[in-house]
Design a binder for this molecule. Structure first.
Ligand SMILES: Nc1ncnc2c1ncn2[C@@H]1O[C@H](COP(=O)(O)OP(=O)(O)OP(=O)(O)O)[C@@H](O)[C@H]1O
Ligand SMILES: [Mg+2]
Length: 398
C-alpha cells in the first residue's frame, strides 16, 4: 500500500505555454504530467471522477478564483497532492494557499531546481507516512458511554477527511449495534471474514464488504444473536493483520470487557480512545482501566481520553478530570441529544443530518487530530475577506 513509486502521474490545470512546459520538465523526475486541462471546470470534473495522485493548479492572472478551485480539489480528492503554481510570491496568496490545504506553493519561473525539490519533498513525505493501515479502538469498560456513537461518526469523518479506504469493524460479536445504528440490514460479517481469511484477496474483500453511501466500509455483526465464541483471540489478531494490508484506517467498536478478543484488538491498535462520561462511577472505572493499560505497557501516547456528553457546568470539569485521571483529556464531545437522536432515527451519521452541531464539529476535529490530516475550513468568499481586511476588528460575523 506504499504510495511511493519512481514517478507519479499528475495533471496540470491552467495555461499551456513554453514557460509552463519548462515547469513540466523541471518536475518530471518526480511527477510526470500526463494530462493538461486548460479549462478549470473540465479539470475539476476530471479530478472528481478519477483523482490523479498529483495536481498542479496554475494561479495565473486570477489567483483568488484559482485558489478557490484548489480548495475544492483538496476537498473533493483528499488523497491527491495539490500544488499551486504562481509567478509571484504574494504573502497573502501563500497564506491563503496553505490555509486551504495545498501541499506547497510553487513559484514559477523560479530558481533552477527549487520547484522540483519542493515537489520531491512533498511526495516523499506522503510516501513515508505509512505502509500499513492504522487501527483505532473505541473502548469503555462501562456500557452506554457512547462507544458505538463515537465509532460510527468518527469513521464517517475519517473517510470524508482522507478519502481513503476506511473500515468500521464491530467486535461486539454477540449482538453488535453499529449496523443497527446505520440501518444496514444483512451484511458480510466478521464470521464470514473468518471463514474467508485464508483465501482473502483485495477483490474478494471489497466485493463482499458492505459499503456505506458515505464511502466507508462496514463489518457489522449479524442481525440475530451470534455465537461469539466461534471467533478466538488469535482470529481477531489475524483478521486485523490482514485487514490493515487493505485498509488505510480501521475503527473498532469494542465490547465492554477484557476478553482475549478485546485484548488482541487493543494490542493491535495504534490508538485507543477511552470514552467516558462525567459521572463518578464512570470516572472511577476509567481510572482503573487506565491503571490496567499502564500495567499492560500501553503508553500515554496510545491511550487517549475522550469525554463524551460533556457538561461544562458539571461538578468535575475537564481540568479536574485530567488531574484525577493523571493524563490530559484528548477530546471533549458535547451532549447533542437532538442531533444524535435524529441521526439514529434516520439510520445516518450526524454529519449527514446536522453538519453544524458542536458534537459533529468536535468529532471531525478528533478525526483530524488522529489522522494528522488538517481539517480545512470553507474558503470565505472574496468580498468577505476584503471587508474583513478593510474593517479591522471585524471577523465577518454579525
Ligand atoms: N454525545 C452524545 N449526545 C447525545 N446522546 C449521545 C451522545 N453519545 C451517545 N449518546 C446516546 O447515548 C446512548 C448510548 O450510546 P452508545 O450506544 O453509543 O454507547 P455504547 O457505549 O456503545 O453503549 P452499549 O453499552 O450499548 O454498547 C445512545 O442512545 C446514544 O444515542
Ligand atoms: Mg455499543
Amino acid at each position: 500500500m506504499s504510495r511511493q513509486s519512481a514517478t507519479l502521474k499528475g495533471m496540470f490545470v491552467g495555461r499551456k505555454d513554453g514557460i509552463l512546459e519548462r515547469f513540466a520538465a523541471e518536475v518530471r523526475p518526480v511527477v510526470e504530467i500526463t494530462e493538461w486541462q486548460t479549462d478549470p471546470s473540465r479539470g475539476y470534473g476530471a479530478i472528481r471522477s478519477a483523482p490523479p495522485p498529483v495536481v498542479f493548479v496554475d494561479l495565473a492572472d486570477d489567483p483568488f478564483t484559482r485558489l478557490n478551485l484548489a480548495s475544492r480539489i483538496v476537498k473533493a480528492a483528499p488523497s491527491t497532492l495539490v500544488f499551486t503554481v504562481c509567478s509571484t510570491k504574494s504573502p497573502d496568496l501563500i497564506l491563503e494557499a496553505f490555509r486551504v490545504g495545498v501541499a506547497d506553493f510553487l513559484v514559477w519561473p523560479g530558481d533552477e531546481g527549487q520547484a522540483g525539490t519542493a515537489v520531491r519533498r512533498a511526495v516523499e513525505k506522503l510516501g513515508a507516512r505509512r505502509s500499513k493501515g492504522e487501527v483505532y479502538s473505541i473502548f469503555s469498560m462501562k456500557g452506554g458511554q457512547g462507544v458505538t456513537t463515537v465509532a460510527l461518526n468518527l469513521v464517517d469523518h475519517i473517510r470524508q477527511l482522507t478519502g481513503e479506504k476506511v473500515l468500521l469493524f464491530d467486535l461486539n460479536l454477540y449482538a453488535g449495534q453499529a449496523g443497527t445504528f446505520l440501518d444496514t440490514g444483512a451484511a458480510y460479517t466478521p464470521f464470514d471474514l473468518q471463514r474467508d481469511l485464508k483465501r482473502l484477496d483485495q477483490d474478494l474483500l471489497f466485493s463482499s464488504l458492505l459499503k456505506h453511501e458515505r464511502g466507508f466500509y462496514l463489518l457489522p455483526c449479524p442481525e440475530e444473536i451470534s455465537d461469539a465464541d466461534r471467533i478466538a483471540r488469535d482470529d481477531v489478531a489475524r483478521m486485523l493483520e490482514v485487514l490493515t494490508t487493505f485498509m488505510h484506517y480501521i475503527v473498532l467498536d469494542l465490547p465492554h470487557d477484557f476478553s482475549g478478543k478485546t485484548l488482541a484488538a487493543l494490542e493491535a491498535s495504534d490508538a485507543v480512545l477511552l470514552v467516558f462520561q462525567q459521572d463518578l462511577a464512570a470516572v472511577k472505572l476509567t481510572l482503573r482501566v487506565l491503571q490496567f493499560f499502564d500495567e499492560s505497557g500501553y503508553g500515554k501516547d496510545k491511550v487517549r481520553l475522550v469525554l463524551n456528553r460533556y457538561n461544562q457546568k458539571a461538578y468535575l470539569d475537564v481540568e479536574d478530570l485530567s488531574k484525577v485521571l493523571h493524563q490530559p483529556v484528548f477530546g471533549t464531545l458535547d451532549n447533542d441529544y437532538d442531533g444524535v437522536m435524529e441521526s439514529l432515527t434516520k439510520g445516518k451519521t450526524v454529519d449527514m443530518v446536522v453538519e453544524n452541531s458542536p458534537f459533529n464539529v468536535q468529532v471531525r476535529a478528533l478525526a483530524g487530530r488522529l489522522t494528522g490530516v488538517p481539517v480545512v475550513e470553507p474558503l470565505k468568499p472574496f468580498w468577505r475577506r476584503t471587508i474583513e481586511r478593510c474593517l479591522p476588528g471585524s471577523n465577518g460575523k454579525r
